[in-house]
Design a protein around this ligand. Structure first.
Ligand code: SAM
Ligand code: SF4
Length: 324
């Protein structure tokens, strides 16, 4: 459906858990984490009802995220059930890849259309420092399985000066050797992200051209989002840049988010949305639910305003609780 800023909202990101098997330093703390209780997170039945409702409002692309989505029990079944909903054309997932290798066959069979694997470095020492865990080999296995299965695969890499600033060319080489798109995502000043300095995409662009020659605009559509894609000769995959801060793309924002505890979030930067869980649990009718969601989407904020000093309703949660 079209919101009050004239944008076609067609994409819902669903965070299915706030738990994670990694502890990326820019996303969550090492310890002292207070996870949601089991009954605080939406059940699959509740998620299904929300997806059925938004599908009637023109949303036809779903992304499953977390926390780490693959730690939620029964996730393969949820993928299958969502894919079967009338009007849902595409279901994709963003994962840290640790469990993906072992679950890839079942996910592909359940109808997963594509996968984004988050990987910030191929340097194992830096990987362990960033994620506070030692499992780079598992992520590499996940990538290998994704390619073997012919799943459309992207790598999400968040370049951060202090952490992986020297590792970006090595990550990029994955796109040279495999049909995998490598995307550089500008760090956003959310939660622990505020403590680190992003490497800006312009700088990476220059570094790539110095190493591999001119980046050519890619003419094919690569996904549902704001990434701008380029090709390099002899590369099997493309290179994407998501520049939320240096190149705000709110005018073409097509997405809304559902948090694990049932908040419908209209913009990443703001904490005001609609708490759907109490409505669902107090027996709202399907028709009323549809009207509530329709009204919320219509009033989606026009801009994130990350570059402004306005602090009203600013999201204070960490990215692990939002889902990216
Ligand atoms: N655990 C899954 C994963 O890592 O892919 C899904 C959830 S994670 C929050 C989704 C994405 O958000 C990851 O690619 C992660 O690197 C990215 N992310 C986390 N904090 C961020 C920040 N402050 N700015 C930009 N991206 C961030
Ligand atoms: Fe977990 Fe993903 Fe956050 Fe890393 S970025 S801590 S994998 S939710």
């Amino acid at each position: 459906m079209v919101d009050s800023s004239g944008r076609n909202i067609e994409y819902l990101r669903i965070s299915v858990t706030d738990r994670c098997n990694l502890r990326c330093v820019y996303c969550m703390p090492e310890c002292g984490i207070e996870n949601l209780e089991h009954d605080e997170i939406l059940t699959f039945k509740e998620i299904m009802l929300i997806v059925k409702t938004v599908s009637q409002l023109g949303i036809h692309k779903i992304k499953i995220t977390g926390g780490e989505p693959l730690v939620r029990k029964g996730i393969v079944n949820l993928v299958r059930r969502i894919k079967d909903i009338d009007g849902i054309e595409e279901i994709t997932m963003t994962t840290n890849g640790v469990l993906f290798g072992d679950m890839a066959d079942s996910l592909a069979e359940a109808g997963l259309d594509s996968v984004n694997i988050s990987l910030d470095t191929l340097n194992s020492k830096n990987f362990n420092e960033i994620t506070r865990r030692d499992c780079l080999d598992k992520v590499k296995f996940g990538l290998k399985k994704a390619v073997e299965l012919g799943l459309k695969t992207k790598i999400n890499c968040v370049p951060i000066s202090q952490l992986n600033g020297d590792d970006l060319i090595d990550i990029l080489k994955i796109a040279k050797e495999n049909p995998i798109d490598v995307r550089f995502i500008e760090l956003m000043p959310i939660g622990f992200g505020k403590s680190y300095s992003p490497v800006c995409n312009e700088q990476i662009f220059e570094q790539i051209e110095q190493n591999f020659g001119t980046l050519q605009n890619s003419k094919i559509k690569h996904g549902n989002g704001p990434a701008v894609y380029y090709n390099l000769s002899d590369f099997k995959g493309s290179i994407g840049f998501i520049s939320a801060i240096s190149n705000e793309f709110c005018d073409t924002c097509n997405r809304i988010r559902l948090t694990a505890d049932g908040n419908l979030k209209l913009c990443l930067r703001y904490n005001n949305g609609v708490a759907l869980k109490p409505l669902l649990r107090s027996g709202i009718s399907k028709e009323q639910l549809k009207r509530v969601i329709e009204n919320a989407i219509y009033n989606k904020p026009s801009h994130h305003g990350f570059n402004s000093s306005d602090t009203e309703n600013i999201e204070l949660k960490n990215m692990v609780q939002i889902g990216g």
